[in-house]
Design a protein around this ligand. Structure first.
Ligand SMILES: [Zn+2]
Ligand SMILES: [Zn+2]
Length: 269
């Protein structure tokens, strides 16, 4: 499974940057995870939008969905000229009602799939909604943010945990347990913890979440553009106890089973 960062800023991008967006390529499927401002432009550096299999949105804050409005026109236009092209599967929370209502009218481009309509299972005492896209299984777990928000575990070859926007929550540690790569929001520095305590992680908390969950590697993202990123990275590393990778547009990481990466090399006999 390959993760490509298309955008990592919130709630507005730095010059030339983009808000949340990640291309997940696994088992021959192309999945766009988040579609914030600037993501449509960056997506096309890697693939043709016609080859997307699904779009997944964690929650309906503009920095996570705004470029759906561009993508909608691209897909509906392409469908008019190519009769074989089907509406693109769009997974998103079914609320808040007004934003969901607006997006769900774009049936000329999207096959709308509210997360809450997906099959529901209980895992470790958590309510989990699941879908399968080709060989890729996506599990949605409720995060703790002012709007309905889902963290996710994306599994194919390797497992990826994506925090989305959330404040600290013990059940997210459970959800992320043992994954190969955690992609965690690290919205603020420790000095600003109180300012965002209702809905975001500090960089240090992102590190602590990943350490408690015993993840293979940690990529931090969702950065306030005004910070010096070195401070955010240092605080995340304090929490994690190991080196972390900061997301940046164009960063590509292979998500492979952690055990394989760290298996002792066979002894010569
Ligand atoms: Zn956000
Ligand atoms: Zn948000």
């Amino acid at each position: 499974m390959k993760l490509t960062v298309l955008g990592c800023w919130a709630p507005y991008p730095r010059a030339g940057g983009a808000c949340s967006g990640y291309l997940v390529q696994a088992g021959s499927r192309n999945i766009l995870l988040e579609c914030g401002n600037g993501v449509m432009s960056n997506l096309q550096k890697y693939i043709d939008f016609r080859s997307l299999d699904a779009v997944v949105i964690s929650h309906l804050h503009p920095d996570h969905y705004m470029d759906l409005f561009c993508l909608r026109h691209a897909v509906s236009g392409a469908m008019r000229t190519d009769g074989n092209l089907r509406p693109l599967s769009l997974y998103l929370p079914g609320e808040p009602e007004d934003t969901f209502g607006q997006i769900s009218r774009f049936t000329d481009a999207f096959d709308i799939r509210p997360v809450e309509s997906l099959p529901r299972v209980w895992q470790n005492g958590m309510e989990v909604f699941q879908t399968i896209i080709g060989d890729v299984r996506i599990s949605f777990i409720q995060a703790d943010h002012p709007l309905k928000t889902y963290s996710m575990v994306i599994a194919c070859e390797g497992r990826l945990f994506y925090s989305a926007d959330t404040k600290w929550s013990a059940h997210l540690v459970t959800a992320a347990e043992g994954v190969d790569l955690a992609l965690c929001e690290a919205s603020v520095a420790e000095q600003d913890r109180d300012y965002v305590s209702a809905g975001h992680l500090t960089a240090k908390q992102a590190g602590e979440l990943a350490r408690e969950a015993g993840v293979g590697q940690l990529v931090i993202t969702h950065f306030w553009p005004e910070y010096t990123l070195n401070i955010i990275i240092k605080e995340a590393e304090e929490g994690f106890g190991r080196a972390v990778t900061a997301a940046a547009e164009g960063l590509q990481i292979q998500v492979e089973p952690f055990a394989l990466l760290h298996a002792p090399s066979p002894k010569k006999v």
